[in-house]
Design a protein. Structure first.
Length: 419
């Protein structure tokens, strides 16, 4: 077992803060409890690491893909958040079934089905589709009281200041203080929060009213056919995204996690973590895109850091006053960090295709990549009954099918650029 030192603890704390922004955004929007979300993100991360042989540097966070379904089910006549959570539990079980299938598909066939000119643009889309979240946070679109107080220009000032601090710490201290250069997100969050206090846009009332110690507000899942019909199909979309996320984090740390410990293990970890979370009132957990961006930005690749972050997340779930502090971090601060993180995710996808030496003079990868980008960015959608497949999931499936058709009909390998 690796020895835990102060440096790893600090990096773990930073990773906890990095994951807070988007992880708590899902419960804040859907009405789920923030404390339960933090608790199950931590537990889910530890379960994921156990099932993946402690090798993959991942912190599981709340899945944005399930938000529309959670809101829809909770707004049904007679619907509730507990009913929505039942759908999340069942969606997690779909992951478990998929892990069994991937176990027997085989490594080589997986890469044939999901080559770099399919997964690369999917990774790019993950970052680009999250971009509006970053910009809306940066301009305080989710916090009209901030705009009313300091205007949209003031919100952008906080966001760009936060962004600038992160960039400065990473670049300026890269060769001067290696440890400090690995803390750009944590330093930027503190700096942005302090500036927000100075500018008078932090509301301290939730902190004052919160208790120091307390249990999260659990909501136990109930199961109905209508919640299953809405939320289970979402799992098909997120499984495709999962493959792209695992490839992305593998590209960052220069390891092929699809091969070892195997994508069947990573999907199983996601599924069990999601079902456990849904059982007690938490959102679906996922191999987080923000995690990939944070790892790329900080250079902190050690999986122990993510497990330390998970433990911090579990501890903080039982400190309502601290979760209240997290809730008071203004959107522009989160937005400033997100601009950097989400952009890095897209850059990883580009790097994925460059390293694979994809030759776009071959029209097959060109058309596959082009169609994925347009369908994903255009938010194309197909509805079958109550189920809807759209955006990134539809784009990924279209790209997979189109690539398979090209390979079966031409029976020639995709060209690669010469050295």
């Amino acid at each position: 077992m690796e020895k835990i030192n102060g440096k790893l603890v600090i990096l773990g704390l930073q990773h906890t803060f990095v994951m807070f922004g988007a992880t708590v955004l899902v419960p804040l929007i859907t009405g789920l409890d923030v404390g339960v979300t933090l608790l199950m993100a931590g537990i889910g991360t530890l379960v994921f690491h156990f099932l993946t042989k402690f090798e993959v540097p991942v912190f599981l966070g709340s899945s944005f893909a399930f938000m529309p379904g959670i809101i829809a089910v909770s707004k049904f006549q007679g619907g509730s958040l507990s009913e929505a959570c039942g759908g999340i539990v069942l969606a997690g079980l779909v992951y478990v079934v998929a892990s069994i299938v991937f176990k027997w598909v085989g490594y080589e066939k997986l890469h044939l089905i999901l080559p770099p000119h399919v997964t690369g643009p999917v990774i790019i889309l993950i970052g680009l589709l999250l971009a509006p979240v970053a910009i809306n946070n940066a301009k305080a679109a989710y916090a009209p009281q901030i705009v009313q107080s300091i205007g949209e220009g003031g919100a952008w000032f906080i966001a760009l200041f936060t962004f600038g601090v992160a960039a400065f710490v990473k670049i300026f201290f890269e060769k001067r203080n290696k440890l400090f250069s690995m803390l750009p997100v944590l330093v930027a969050l503190f700096a942005g929060y302090f500036l927000s206090i100075v500018m008078g846009v932090v509301d301290f009332a939730p902190i004052v009213n919160a208790s120091w110690i307390g249990l999260p507000e659990f909501t136990f899942a109930t199961f109905t056919m209508r919640s299953a019909s809405v939320l289970v199909p979402v799992a098909i979309v997120t499984i495709v995204e999962h493959f792209g996320d695992v490839l992305a984090i593998g590209n960052v740390v220069k390891k092929d996690f699809i091969k070892e410990p195997g994508v069947h293990r990573t999907i199983l970890g996601d599924g069990i973590a999601t079902s456990l979370s849904g059982l007690v009132g938490g959102p679906a957990n996922t191999t987080y895109s923000e995690n990939t961006g944070a790892v790329a930005l900080t250079g902190a690749y050690n999986p122990v850091i993510m497990r330390i972050a998970a433990i911090f997340s579990i501890m903080l779930a039982f400190i309502p006053k601290f979760t209240a502090i997290i809730g008071t971090i203004p959107g522009p601060v989160i937005g400033g960090i997100s601009i950097l993180l989400f952009g890095m995710i897209s850059s990883i996808g580009i790097g994925n295709m460059i390293r694979a030496k994809i030759d776009f003079s071959d029209p097959r990868p060109l058309m596959v990549t082009a169609s994925i980008m347009v369908i994903g960015l255009g938010e194309a959608a197909i509805r079958i009954g109550n189920a809807e497949l759209k955006g990134l999931g539809l784009a990924a499936l279209f790209g997979i099918v189109l690539n398979a058709i090209f390979l079966l009909t031409t029976k020639e390998p995709i060209k690669k650029l010469e050295e």
